[in-house]
Ligand binder design. Structure first.
Ligand code: FES
Ligand code: FES
Length: 160
């Protein structure tokens, strides 16, 4: 059975005719060519497939595409505004907080959501807030440094 599912992706209206139970992750990657969203565990455990649904982080490996009908999805490709990298993206680059990069899209989206909730987190709060995002390269020290750097940059941008 197939159905047409309409939703917004990175600010653009999209429609996909497919099995409505198909994973959002697969639709993003295979139908919409948004391959920044990664398949890691497929079981909601690693965070590699993180996207925002109506602004909130969600694991796209666990969501049937029908569940986002009428909603707004943001992927890593949509995080940068007006051609400028998001401060969390900048901070990951500046800190070298990626090795193979497989976890990075999910990490960045998770970190940006964390900093929306908690603009001045301690290292412990960063670690707790990023719990559920796994890095197979074990790059956690630099990831925490990058989140801290992004927090500083975002707070000073707000003051400017
Ligand atoms: S692929 Fe979705 S949480 Fe691991
Ligand atoms: S940088 Fe390789 S999985 Fe995190």
């Amino acid at each position: 059975m197939s159905a047409t599912v309409r939703f917004e992706v990175n600010g653009e209206p999209r429609s996909v005719t497919t099995d409505p139970e198909r994973r959002l992750l697969d639709v993003l990657r295979e139908e919409l060519d948004l391959t920044g969203t990664k398949y890691g565990c497929g079981e909601g455990q690693c965070g590699a497939c993180t996207v925002y649904v109506d602004g909130e982080p969600a694991r796209s490996c666990l969501l049937p595409v029908s569940s986002v009908a009428g909603k707004s999805v943001t992927t890593i490709e949509g995080l940068a505004a007006s051609g400028a990298l998001h401060p969390v993206q900048e901070a990951f680059l500046e800190e070298g907080a990626l090795q193979c990069g497989y976890c990075t899209s999910g990490m960045i989206l998770g970190a940006a959501a964390l900093l929306r909730r908690k603009p001045d987190p301690t290292d412990e709060e960063i670690a707790a807030g990023m719990n559920g995002h796994l890095c197979r390269c074990n790059g956690y020290v630099k990831i925490v440094q990058a989140v801290r750097r992004a927090a500083v940059a975002m707070r000073s941008a707000r003051r400017a």
